[in-house]
Design a protein. Structure first.
Length: 343
């Protein structure tokens, strides 16, 4: 009983969530690791005996080839992007942004949008960074513009897009123009119509640590695990779409320009792929037009399931129910218009 009371006492009132150990029985990490390894070994053995015939089928081999190709192409950009994002979180103080960004929203929004083009960052990092900027006096419209532009048009993303589309250099320009237009438009829209009561700020920072290197390591580990998991999910889904879905279905959707655009826009929201890796998934969707692929690239870094969850937890539900639909509509419109213009 005293142990439980001690754990209750360590949960401060201003904490948003209880500590990991609160209300749980202590268990050896070694014991849990051994049991986890044993369970995985049993599952592998059973799965091999049951699925050995399927593992040599031509369809599965094609699926595995596509999946591995997507992951191997995207992994170096993912690691590099996460490392740079963690470095920005750890070594660039948020107070610096308050001095660098103009106070007036009309001028600050374009500046913040262009800042995203030179400062690498992923979606997971952009949300807490935007909260820190607002907390230190940056206009909310400018901070939200940076939140959208940083993961969409930073150098790592543009280089990855060029590698994924080696025969379509115009795809890089189209992605830059459409994404920047969406970020600036949403920022100006918030500056004109946004209300303070719609935006709730967190009471404690997203990343905590004893020193800068500790923050860097924690941010790197957190973002890499999450982004890597989403990359695997995206690769699995893309490989499945290319192999399991009948070609006549994909052809029926892809042949209708509007339906193809909407289908890939919704798919980008559902897959929640890291922006450093989404170009390789988009390039693998060869049945769809370049315009639909561009819409996939514009929507994904700005509106997806993990971003909606992060934004709701950081800024509140009143914010996300307004911000996410507006951003989705703007991203689809901008991607389609710029795609038909440049592609």
């Amino acid at each position: 009983m005293s142990t439980t009371d001690d754990r209750h006492s360590t949960w401060a009132d201003d904490d948003l969530i209880p500590p990991d150990e609160w209300g749980r029985r202590r268990q050896s990490e070694t014991t849990r690791t051994v049991w986890l390894f044993a369970a995985i070994a049993v599952l592998l053995a059973v799965g091999h005996s049951l699925l050995s015939g399927w593992l040599t089928a031509p369809a599965f081999l094609a699926w595995a080839t596509i999946f591995v190709a997507i992951c191997l192409q995207a992994l170096p950009f993912l690691v590099f992007g996460v490392a740079l994002s963690a470095a920005l979180t750890a070594f660039v103080p948020a107070s610096w942004w308050a001095r660098a960004v103009p106070r007036r929203a009309g001028l600050a929004v374009p500046v913040a949008g262009l800042a995203g083009a030179v400062l690498p960052g992923c979606e997971c990092a952009s949300v807490p960074v935007a909260g820190g900027l607002i907390r230190r006096g940056v206009a909310p419209a400018a901070a939200l513009t940076f939140l959208l532009s940083a993961p969409a048009i930073n150098p790592i993303v543009l280089v990855a897009t060029a590698v994924a589309f080696p025969d379509q250099p115009e795809m890089v320009l189209a992605r830059f123009v459409a994404s920047l237009a969406v970020a600036v438009a949403i920022g100006l829209l918030w500056a004109r119509f946004g209300r303070a009561e719609w935006l709730r700020l967190p009471r404690r920072p997203h990343v905590e640590g004893g020193g800068r290197w500790a923050v860097f390591r924690a941010s790197m580990e957190h973002d890499l695990l999450h982004a890597g998991g989403f990359l695997v999910v995206g690769g699995l889904a893309a490989a499945t779409l290319n192999v399991a879905v009948p070609r006549d279905w994909l052809t029926a959707v892809a042949e209708n320009p509007w339906l193809a655009v909407l289908a890939l826009a919704v798919l980008a929201v559902l897959l929640s792929i890291c922006s450093e890796a989404d170009a390789f998934v988009a390039a693998s969707l060869t049945a769809f037009s370049p315009v639909a692929q561009l819409v996939f690239l514009v929507v994904g870094p700005m509106v997806d399931l993990k971003l909606i969850a992060l934004q709701a937890g950081t800024f509140g539900r009143a914010f996300v129910v307004r911000f996410a639909p507006a951003t989705f509509a703007a991203a689809v419109a901008a991607g389609a218009l710029v795609g038909w213009w440049l592609l």
